[in-house]
Design a binder for this molecule. Structure first.
Ligand code: PGA
Length: 244
């Protein structure tokens, strides 16, 4: 059963999501947070930084696990997800960087990169609050449509639709990495609470299918129907294909 918070717009969605994160941090200051990258959570992270600047949040005891990273990119590369999360959030709050984790894009042996990350998840987990965005093809993290729900961290070849969607962050289509390391569905599923953030009319149809269609690895986000504690915070545009 997915709890739905309907927001009027992106700003309200981001504020509501930040409220949920701040409540979690206050309730359990040493929480393990699962973090996402992409366009959708930018407003949420801005709200968290502002709450920190107002003295309303203490990040010093948190640990974090990011969902995914492009293969081949180091944390200094402005296109990497490590760089994204540092510059959007970690550089502006009192988090202990050594307790923040992103799959190692510079590890070119997929088996090692994935095994290391799974060990980390096993050591730190379960994640208390896992943030997710929704891909235009229904992916969560970089779990692309597939015949199975992969359990652990794995190396994926990105869908052409994902490469196309992420092209806006790069100078050209050719620059978008083709492979990535991603947490598996099993790991995502073991989070105590999941927060799915969705914005914009471009996601309305896929969101409707994910929430009310059959549960299938062809639409990875559909598995969230089976998780016991999922909250969806979405704006009116993203909810426009669902009945009120
Ligand atoms: P977006 O990406 O937030 O940039 O739309 C979401 C996703 O691909 O998971």
């Amino acid at each position: 059963m997915v709890k739905i918070y309907r927001s009027r717009n992106y700003r309200e969605m981001s504020e509501t999501a930040a409220g949920l994160f701040l409540a979690q941090i206050r309730k359990k200051p040493d929480s393990v947070l699962g973090l996402a990258t992409g366009g959708t959570p930018v407003g949420l992270y801005q709200n968290l930084v502002q709450a920190y600047q107002r003295g309303e949040a203490d990040f010093s005891r948190l640990s974090t696990l990011n969902l995914d990273e492009y293969q081949g990119l180091s944390g200094e590369d402005p296109h990497s997800y490590r760089y994204f999360i540092n510059t959007q959030l970690f550089d502006h709050v009192n988090i202990e960087k050594t307790r923040t984790h992103v799959p190692d894009g510079t590890e070119l042996h997929p088996e090692k990169a994935c095994r290391d990350y799974d060990r980390l998840i096993a050591r730190l987990g379960p994640v208390d609050l896992q943030l997710l965005g929704l891909g235009p093809n229904g992916h969560i993290a970089f779990n692309e449509p597939d015949d199975i729900f992969p359990s652990g961290t794995h190396c994926v070849t990105l869908d052409s639709s994902t490469i196309e969607a992420n092209r806006r962050f790069f100078r050209s289509l050719g620059e978008v990495p083709k492979r990535a390391y991603t947490m598996g569905i099993g790991s995502i599923f073991s989070a105590r609470q999941i927060l799915l953030l969705v914005s914009g009319t471009g996601k309305a149809e896929i969101l409707k299918q994910a929430l009310s269609g059959p549960v299938t690895p062809r639409l990875p986000a559909s598995i969230l129907q089976f998780h016991p504690d999922v909250t969806l915070i979405a704006d009116e545009d993203a909810l426009s294909s669902l009945p009120r």
